[in-house]
Design a protein around this ligand. Structure first.
Ligand SMILES: [Fe+2]
Length: 285
């Protein structure tokens, strides 16, 4: 029988006949932790109604280009925790970080050296690196998927009609030495979308919505575990207070200016330009 003392036990028992082992484990733990939470804070009926309304609005705010539940998971640190638990590398590969909510369109195939900044805005930057295995050997033909916000801090999908479609996205194939390079612009810090319920939560708790400047990567190759990560710009604000807790020390890089007319001409960039070098280490699967 249900009582305050036995609530978790009684409800968990109702799931005891779940045929799927994993689902039974997850539901049992969910019930135990949820009931413990309600008891710890002695949730009022008004707070319960507020929570239901908040989750309802979180769902209603979500559509094909806006995922408010991922944002909620992000600001609660759950996305980063799931990520971290599922990609323990023991230092053998490039560290991973959150996928984030903006990889909702397929990146277009582009040739090495292509310019992904289709709107011509921002500080030109040559991004390059080499993909190697944990044995130090090059991974020829690795797939390098990248996406980033523009100089105003928005992804293309947030500004349809303002930014060109597929702006600042690219899918590259590394060369025979595992090397990749492309032209882009220096990424800028940006706020996560804060005009919805998650923004209200941040506001009510005195938190800012900003993420430090970064460029997203998914790097994969047959026979290796793929890595989903970012490279962060070393002098960016918010490196120590990322709204989604995504920063790892090993992923921060300087983006120095290069004044070299010949190299600029060879890369197809104005002189001077900035450079961002990010080598990737993949672990054998
Ligand atoms: Fe991002």
């Amino acid at each position: 029988m249900f009582s305050e003392e036995r609530s978790a036990e009684v409800v968990a028992a109702s799931f005891a006949g779940t045929p799927d082992d994993r689902l039974r484990t997850v539901m049992g733990a969910l019930v135990r932790h949820l009931h413990a939470f309600v008891k710890e804070v002695e949730l009022t009926e008004a707070e319960w109604a507020t929570a239901i309304d908040f989750l309802t609005r979180t769902g209603q705010k979500s559509d094909a280009t806006r995922q408010e539940f991922i944002l909620l998971s992000d600001v609660l640190g759950v996305s980063m925790l799931v990520e971290t638990i599922n990609h323990r590398t023991g230092g053998a590969s490039t560290e991973s970080t959150v996928l984030g909510p903006f990889h909702m369109v397929e990146s277009p195939f582009r040739e090495l050296g292509a310019d992904v900044a289709l709107d011509g805005k921002g500080t030109p930057c040559l991004v390059s690196g080499q993909v190697t295995g944990d044995d130090g050997k090059a991974v020829p033909g690795a797939t390098v998927d990248i996406w980033q916000a523009n100089e105003d801090g928005f992804y293309d999908v947030q500004q349809p009609g303002i930014q060109p479609e597929l702006n600042l996205r690219g899918l590259f194939t590394a060369d025979d030495d595992g090397r990749f390079w492309f032209r882009s612009v220096v990424p800028k810090y940006y706020p996560i979308p804060d005009d919805g319920p998650v923004g209200q939560l941040l506001d009510a708790t005195g938190r800012h919505p900003y993420r430090p400047a970064h460029l997203h990567f998914i790097v994969s190759a047959p026979g290796y575990r793929p890595v989903t990560t970012h490279v962060f710009v070393a002098d960016s604000p918010y490196l120590d207070s990322d709204a989604v807790f995504g920063v790892k020390e090993s992923l921060i890089r300087e983006v120095p200016e290069v004044d070299d007319p010949e190299r600029a001409a060879a890369a197809g960039l104005p002189n001077p330009f900035r450079t961002l070098t990010f080598d990737i280490v993949l672990q054998r699967s």
